[in-house]
Unconditional design. Sequence first.
Length: 148
Amino acid sequence: MTTNLAATEETFVIKGRKVVGGRSEGEALVTTDTISGWGGINERDGSIIERLHELHGQSFADKVLIFPGAKGSSGWSAFFHMTRLNGVAPKAMIFNRMTTKIALGAVVTRVPAMTECDTDPIETIRTGDWVVVDADAGIITVTRRSES
């Protein structure tokens, strides 16, 4: 027996504050865990290498990375800077907790970055959603693809 599932799309907008300007879009990669730069990511392929992280083994390269914030040392920004130099940086970053290390990391990564959203992006956006980040306008447009 074959079942035909129709795909439906839901689109919604989240407003937030620009950290680094620009516009980018891509598939969302969402985590409830903070991310460590030094010892937490592989800057050569953009993967999470922290053993107990929920995204362990997954790559944020060419994804819109949605996470609570940074943890660890000030080396965080250097490791994310290296992802840019190696061509494996995320396409954009959306995070909840602003710190100096994540602000510097966002700047040196040179991708659109936003924070202080009007709704929690970690609770609202799902891994696999298509996300357009227009940091200059302060708008995140999310298209959710679901089966019905």
